[in-house]
Design a protein around this ligand. Structure first.
Ligand SMILES: Cc1cc2nc3c(=O)[nH]c(=O)nc-3n(C[C@H](O)[C@H](O)[C@H](O)COP(=O)(O)OP(=O)(O)OC[C@H]3O[C@@H](n4cnc5c(N)ncnc54)[C@H](O)[C@@H]3O)c2cc1C
Length: 423
């Protein structure tokens, strides 16, 4: 196992939740009335322990010796992730916010995402598998038929199956309305053909099945956004009684070679190469992009959370190092005793910048999640509207501000480590 860089405590998280945002008010809404503050504490404490003791020790290895692999047409997740997967399964940590009808915990987002912040701080790569199943399940729960919900949601929420979202194609990135993947009516289902690239956890060996939500164009559909539909495409076909059927002609053809995040399997996917790939239409034809925007908004918020998690890590590690590293003398005392670098004004300035941004990012992101909770839970139309409007305003700011600022914070953190920041 590599170094454990998880050096965070939970005081800042509790401060943001309890004193800054006063999340106890959530308990007054019917949606959350069955919870107590003790329940919230338990979830966050458990998340911190799992992050520190189980996930964080895998961080270095999964980027170096135990990365995701593609061998003989099969994708293997880092070996140590199997152990983490079992812990998540046993502790019910996959679907913290999703509906209780299908086995989700139904927690407020702001609490669940505070827990997720610890997981992201520990090893972001693991979350690129564990977060995908519940994410796709939530899409099916929101937009799918009752039959589709019953077929897929529970097993996406409990970690039996994984999930993937497949928008991007070799010639279609930002222009998602131009997707070329095809769907042709085939009885109750659709035959799917096409290629997708950059598909996070498109294939791996952590689960017996993976449900892909694929954007494709039904033959004869209009061009542009209105012609794009959403399909649930299982790697292994799921029979009507819920049992697993035949291979569904969904194949990973290569892994993307990324600059970092090597523990995460980012896949080039091929659907229907042998004419035997079927998918379920989710919701209405032509609504695929509109539905996918739910996922895109979730992803934008998640980018903000990820940056807050990284910033907290950078600060915690830089602070510890600055308290230990002895170098230089106090300003104006050239012959004096050597001091810890935290005593140098410039190092302190950097540390204070890191702390301020780290806490500011967290406050901003949590506020967004709290608005989302209130928008879902409140019966008061005015309060709901205000929460929705605030969230709409905050979401792009959360993604843009945090992801631009985190570069500077990384640079500052590395600077505090001097030459050791680069080794
Ligand atoms: C690690 C990783 C994981 C990913 N996971 C997934 C996944 O799970 N599923 C999935 O479907 N996709 C995934 N993606 C793909 C990601 O969504 C795309 O990379 C993204 O949509 C951008 O598309 P592109 O890379 O083709 O860039 P392009 O769209 O080709 O853009 C190239 C550049 O041009 C700029 N640009 C494009 N259009 C405009 C415009 N109109 N005005 C101004 N500038 C413009 C862009 O901002 C960018 O800087 C992943 C990517 C990465 C790196």
């Amino acid at each position: 196992m590599g170094n454990n860089y998880f050096k965070r405590d939970d005081r800042d998280v509790y401060f943001a939740l309890k004193e800054h945002l006063k999340i106890d008010k959530l308990l007054t809404y019917a949606k959350f009335r069955d919870f107590s503050m003790e329940d919230f504490n338990m979830v966050i404490d458990l998340a911190k322990r799992v992050a520190r003791d189980e996930i964080a020790p895998t961080f270095q290895d999964t980027d170096r010796n135990d990365a995701a692999r593609f061998e003989n047409g099969k994708v293997y997740a880092p070996k140590c992730f199997h152990h983490l997967w079992n812990i998540f399964k046993e502790s019910g940590l996959f679907a913290l916010t999703q509906g209780q009808e299908f086995g989700g915990q139904g927690l407020p987002l702001v609490v669940a995402e505070a827990a997720t912040e610890f997981f992201m701080s520990a090893n972001f790569a693991f979350g690129t598998y564990s977060g995908m199943g519940p994410g796709q399940g939530a899409m099916i729960e929101n937009f799918g038929s009752q039959k589709q919900k019953e077929l897929f949601c529970a097993r996406l929420y409990d970690g039996t199956w994984g999930g993937a979202m497949a928008l991007t194609e070799p010639d279609v990135g930002s222009d998602a309305h131009l997707v070329a993947a095809r769907a042709v009516k085939n009885g109750e289902y659709y035959s799917i053909t096409g290629s997708k690239v950059f598909i996070t956890s498109g294939d791996h060996d952590l689960t017996e099945n993976i449900i892909h939500l694929v954007l494709a164009r039904i033959d004869g559909a209009p061009g542009g956004a209105k012609g794009v539909s959403l399909f649930a495409v299982p790697k292994i076909w799921v029979n009507e009684d819920g049992s697993l059927g035949e291979d569904n002609d969904v194949a990973c053809i290569a892994l993307e070679h990324k600059m970092g995040l090597h523990g995460s399997a980012t896949c080039q996917m091929s659907y229907g190469d042998n004419g035997a790939c079927r998918g379920h239409l989710i919701g209405e034809p032509g609504m695929g992009l509109a539905y996918m925007f739910q996922m895109v908004n979730v992803a934008r918020m998640a980018v903000g959370l990820e940056c807050a998690a990284f910033a907290a890590n950078i600060y915690a590690n830089a602070l510890e190092y600055a308290k230990q590293r002895v170098q230089g003398t106090r300003y104006g005392e050239r012959t004096g005793a050597r001091v810890r670098i935290i005593e140098h004004a410039e190092v302190r300035r950097h540390l204070m910048m890191l702390k301020s941004y780290s806490e500011g990012m967290r406050a901003l992101v949590y506020k967004g999640y709290l608005c989302e909770d209130i928008a879902h839970a409140s019966d008061d139309e005015k309060e709901k509207q205000l929460a929705n409007d605030t969230l709409a305003l905050f979401t792009p700011i959360i993604k843009g501000f945090t992801s631009e600022r985190i570069w500077e914070l990384c640079s500052m953190g590395i600077q505090i480590f001097g030459g050791y920041g680069y080794t």
